[in-house]
Ligand binder design. Structure first.
Ligand SMILES: Cc1ncc(COP(=O)(O)O)c(C=O)c1O
Ligand SMILES: N[C@@H](CCCC[NH3+])C(=O)O
Length: 414
């Protein structure tokens, strides 16, 4: 079911007319659907309903407080990569005892913050981090719950920039060192070994790489058991892809069933860290056409949204569907949809069949994940507003930045 559909040729987000939202809140604008976020979260939670589990939404995908609050109300856990994300989770009403802390570069203040609020687990990514965490925990009088992130060295078959489970990537502890580092973790006095985790990449549309990783990780878990190291949970990471175009990623039901089958009778809790699968198709990015421009080779639709607002097309050549907010019967033509930023790479889509004129609104679909969170102020463009729709209600969950906010904290010379 899609909560972004046309009614009488007008695009709606749940029960809200998108052009009315654009008029009320201005453009460019991110719009999220609460019902979609909830449905996607429940899809994961239900897929493993009969097995001990925790769904930890990956905050990096979309960390707006309204989004986090929506998921916290469902009882979601959270996967974080910084102290800033932890603070957001707490601010949004998330439960710290359901937080897993990933990331290759945790700092001492971040470790202290996470220990003090009592997170569920640190996903430790190196021996050096393990030693430091033990020291910090000891100094503060805590026992730090840890999982070791192991790099299973599998090819996720995704874009090289978002592939994380190969030896050449910076993430995790190499499989051939895993047992040794687990033995060290078990021996350190201020750590409690709880689990093992991996995350092999993002936007995976096939199940095979997940299963390859799972097989390697389960073999490790069995070897550890032989040495008396009992693993309570296996955190399988995130990475399940979404349809941007005509991809057909497995449904969470199919994905979870395959993982559970591999897990067999092992009494191990499963943790999931989905980001994109929950947020991407719960959001659209709405932009207004400023000008049309044509030369002998190309037709451009110059819009008010740009790469600083939504960088995925520029950064990964990612394809996201661009649709009219108001449908017409007029014939379409091929356009490059480009923004006002002074970069050739500033485009939202290339060679798109559209029927547009200045003043029309376009919606870039699948923008709920890695959209606003990756936005910047490049070209001194204030960051855009974010709205959550809930049925016929629209809630401004982030105000548009003002120009004065752009230089907040900056100073003239004395
Ligand atoms: C450790 C970890 N967990 C979860 C995620 C979320 O990934 P995705 O949005 O692909 O589900 C990421 C990002 O790729 C990650 O690095
Ligand atoms: N930012 C990436 C995903 C990165 C995943 C984070 N580990 C994207 O938009 O596809």
């Amino acid at each position: 079911m899609d909560f972004f559909t046309y009614q009488d040729s007008k695009l709606f987000a749940e029960g809200c007319d998108v052009s009315a939202l654009a008029k009320k809140h201005g453009t460019p604008l991110y719009i999220y659907s609460r019902a979609t976020l909830e449905r996607h979260w429940h899809a994961f939670d239900k897929a493993v309903a009969n097995h001990p589990h925790l769904v930890c939404y990956a905050v990096k995908a979309n960390s707006n407080l309204g989004v986090l609050n929506t998921l916290a109300r469902l009882g979601s856990g959270f996967d974080i990569v910084s102290g800033g994300e932890l603070s957001r989770v707490l601010q949004a009403g998330g439960d710290p005892s359901k937080v897993v802390f990933s990331g290759v570069g945790k700092t001492v203040p971040e470790m202290e913050q996470a220990l003090k609020v009592g997170i569920y687990c640190f996903n430790v990514e190196s021996s050096a981090e393990l030693e430091l965490l033990n020291e910090v925990a000891g100094r503060l009088g805590y026992i730090a719950p840890v999982s070791l992130r192991i790099n299973p060295d599998v090819d996720a078959g995704t874009h090289p920039y978002i592939s994380t489970g190969l030896k050449e990537n910076k993430f995790g502890i190499a499989m051939d060192e895993a047992e040794q580092v687990f033995a060290r973790a078990a021996a350190l006095p201020h750590l409690h070994v709880k689990g093992v985790d991996c995350h092999i990449g993002s936007q995976l549309t096939e199940i095979k790489p997940f299963l390859d990783a799972m097989d390697r990780m389960l073999a490790l878990i069995d070897r550890l058991a032989e040495h008396g190291i009992v693993i309570e949970h296996f955190d399988v990471g995130g990475g399940l892809g979404v349809p941007y175009n005509n991809e057909t990623p497995p449904h969470p039901d199919v994905y979870a069933a395959a993982l559970l089958e591999r897990l067999g009778q092992r009494p191990i809790k499963l943790i999931f860290e989905p980001g994109r699968a929950i947020a991407a198709n719960a959001g659209i990015f709405v932009t207004e056409v400023l000008f049309l421009k044509e030369n002998s080779d190309k037709r451009f639709a110059i819009v008010d949204g740009a790469m600083n607002d939504l960088i995925r097309p520029s950064l990964y050549s990612a394809w996201q569907n661009i649709i009219p907010v108001n449908q017409t019967d007029a014939p379409t033509q091929a356009y490059d949809v480009v923004g006002p930023v002074c970069e050739t790479g500033d485009f939202l889509g290339k060679d798109r069949q559209l029927s547009v004129k200045a003043g029309d609104l376009l919606a870039v679909r699948s923008s709920g994940a890695y959209g606003f969170v990756m936005s910047s102020n490049y070209n001194s463009r204030p960051r855009v507003a974010e709205v959550m729709v809930d049925g016929e209600q629209d809630i401004l969950v982030r105000e548009r930045e003002t120009v004065a906010q752009l230089w907040q904290g900056e100073h003239l010379l004395p």
